[in-house]
Design a protein around this ligand. Structure first.
Ligand code: SF4
Length: 377
């Protein structure tokens, strides 16, 4: 398929693998930030093709995974109200809250709708003036501009029956939290290409300078990832800090200024709770004062919600690169995508779900054996 096959070419992949093998001289730990990258790495077995000196650890960049349980419970509470039409992207419907999920609300007669664009919510709100239409705005900087555009249009059209439950999180503060952790092992990053297509590379330059790490802004196809890893290894071996842009076909260095301007109008930066990790300072968006009337949390009086996570779940350590899914005692047994016990099993982009979908028949020792066999061929 055009625009896909050229990024999955096996000969080019072998050339990049050879370059990585020829460049490396010592062990390095590299984190891929985005859950989409984790998914591709595990799906295509990219980590199993690398020299044993390279350890890839999986980062916190899966927005569905890091949405706090408390917010899922708030979504369930709002969606259960008879005068509410609750709109969400499909991947949030199955995420379990403390007692229920949005799919169960829908099954019980709630008006819960899957939408493909936040602008669809405005059409629904305009057609149903007697109902309050609430959109669940989840995601990183990538999805925030479209959600901001829906709010911008709603304000100009006077759609007072539209509201948003905001759970936007930001990538650089999460990378900072990883680097500041006393247990940090990460020496270089593959940055999330789609996030940088909006925000540009400057924030990452500051991060690289502050923590003396290389960051390679990287795409999501196998050749993108192999080239990102190659560039990161080359920078590590040459003791270079800074930012390289592997994903230049989609990422201008300055990002998308029009989107950034819209984000600044609609949102303001705030502390955010990350599921499995905890509160990270200045790591998310809330609505700015100009758009506060659209805030679903303010519009509905929500009871205080206390939540608790499985005591066996180690997803916080996985999201920060400290552990792998195989280290979890209930991986693939008590915890599966059908009954997720923690953050990294709830979405297909979560590391535990990726290992479950593509590697669950391999025990850790078999996975290592398979790894060595691949490297010898
Ligand atoms: S397998 Fe489940 S319980 Fe274990 S770390 Fe992953 S999400 Fe948490």
């Amino acid at each position: 398929m055009k625009y896909q096959d050229e990024y999955r070419d096996p000969v080019a992949a072998q050339n990049l693998l050879r370059a990585i093998h020829n460049t490396i001289s010592q062990p390095w730990t590299i984190m891929e930030v985005c859950g989409g990258q984790t998914h591709s790495i595990v799906r295509y077995g990219i980590d199993q093709l690398l020299p044993p000196e390279i350890e890839l650890v999986h980062g916190p960049g899966c927005p569905v995974c890091v949405t706090p349980l408390e917010l899922i419970d708030k979504a369930v509470d709002i969606a259960s109200r008879p005068d509410v039409t609750f709109c969400s992207f499909g991947d949030m419907l199955r995420v379990p809250g403390s007692r229920s999920d949005l799919l169960a609300v829908k099954a019980n007669g709630g008006d819960v709708r899957i939408i493909y664009s936040p602008l669809d919510c405005l059409k629904i709100a305009a057609r149903n003036p007697a109902r309050t239409v609430v959109f669940f705005a989840v995601g990183f900087e990538t999805t925030a501009p479209a959600n901001a555009m829906a709010l911008w249009q709603a304000k100009r059209r006077g759609l007072d029956n539209f509201a948003v439950l905001v759970s936007h999180v930001l990538v650089p503060p999460a990378m900072t939290a990883v680097l500041q952790s006393p247990n940090n092992r990460v020496q270089g990053f593959l940055g999330a290409g789609h996030v940088c297509s909006v925000m540009g590379c400057q924030e990452y330059r500051d991060l690289a300078r502050q923590f003396h790490v290389p960051i390679v802004v990287t795409g999501f196809e196998p050749l993108d990832l192999l080239e990102g890893i190659y560039r990161c290894v080359r920078m590590l071996e040459n003791h270079e800090i800074g930012v390289e842009n592997q994903y230049a076909r989609a990422v201008p260095t300055i990002g998308n200024p029009a989107s950034q301007k819209l984000l600044q109008e609609v949102f303001e930066v705030t502390d955010r709770m990350w599921r499995g990790i905890g509160t990270i300072p200045r790591s998310g968006y809330r609505l700015s004062a100009m758009y506060a009337d659209f805030d679903a949390e303010q519009r509905f009086s929500l009871a205080r919600i206390d939540t608790s996570e499985s005591s066996q779940c180690i997803s916080g350590a996985i999201l920060q690169g400290g552990k792998k899914p195989y280290d979890c005692p209930i991986f693939g047994t008590a915890c599966t995508p059908a009954s997720p016990q923690g953050a990294t099993m709830v979405s297909s982009e979560g590391a535990c779900a990726a290992y479950y979908n593509y590697r669950r028949r391999l025990s850790p020792s078999n996975a290592e054996l398979s790894n060595r066999q691949v490297q010898q061929t």
